[in-house]
Design a protein around this ligand. Structure first.
Ligand code: ATP
Length: 238
């Protein structure tokens, strides 16, 4: 579904991604792990058209999307849950969710959008209770639900999540990972970036390890969980 080949991107002279290749097949849940500054966020931003790339290929459903605008990439079927959630704080929960569908309104899909909204509110019942509340007044976990719900409102074929567990209490993290697994089981293909390596690899079909802008290791979630280097560097074990 998604094929990245030899991708390179930088911020001025700082190289963030140094020739990364990876693939995501339809229906898979792929986790990318790595330390701070490894280039995980930059890679996702590049896939979503939010960071300029210098070299390489990004192919989504056999179509070259490298260089396409972010809205065009959303229309092609990729939506993102960004790092730090980036919700529209003054807007209500409902308006935040509807914003996720903005590329679809002009196509006369109002009925479909309403059904999707209902699906999101069923997935996160607390958001129905908070529907008219300013999203900025929600707890961190609730805001993460808004960010995931907003991304789902674009009806993505590929959902890209950047550190959805960041700053959340363990109970909420468990809930968010459960939601991600449920979405995969419902057929949404998922590309997940996480510092919480153990949880991310546990739910992953396959995983990649990114270090200083390069992919250094890949394997199934189970393989990486028992890999000595992964254990030492990312799972806090000798
Ligand atoms: P983290 O988990 O800490 O968010 P990451 O793996 O997502 O890290 P990136 O945020 O992609 O890593 O950063 C990769 C490299 O690019 C780092 O060296 C970082 O300092 C640099 N970088 C990231 N954003 C910018 C920016 N806006 N301007 C300049 N350099 C940047």
């Amino acid at each position: 579904m998604l094929k990245i080949k030899n991708l390179k991107c930088s911020y001025g002279s700082i190289m963030a991604v140094h020739g990364v290749s990876l693939s995501v097949k339809q229906g898979e849940l792929i986790s990318i792990i790595g330390g701070n500054g490894a280039g995980k966020s930059s890679l996702l931003l590049a896939v979503c058209g939010l960071l300029k790339t210098w070299e390489g290929e990004i192919e989504f459903q056999k179509k070259n999307i490298r260089g396409m605008s972010p809205p065009a990439i959303v229309r092609a079927g990729i939506s993102m849950v960004p790092e730090g959630r980036q919700i529209f704080s003054p807007l209500s929960v409902l308006d935040n969710l509807k914003m996720g569908a903005y590329t679809r309104y002009h196509r006369g899909l109002k009925q479909e959008i309403q059904e999707d909204l209902e699906m999101v509110l069923e997935m996160f019942p607390i958001l129905r209770e908070r529907a008219r509340q300013a999203a900025g007044t929600l707890s961190g976990g609730e805001q993460q639900m808004v960010a995931i719900g907003r991304a789902l409102m674009a009806r993505p074929r590929l959902l890209v999540l950047d550190e959805p567990s960041m700053g959340l209490a363990p109970k909420i993290v468990t809930m968010i990972f459960k939601v991600i697994t449920t979405l995969r089981d419902q057929g949404v293909t998922i590309l997940l970036v996480e510092q919480n390596a153990r949880a991310a690899l546990k739910i992953a079909d396959r995983g990649y390890v990114l270090e200083t802008g390069k992919m250094v290791l890949q394997g199934s979630g189970e393989e990486l969980l028992v890999d000595d280097d992964v254990k030492r560097a990312y799972l806090g074990q000798d």
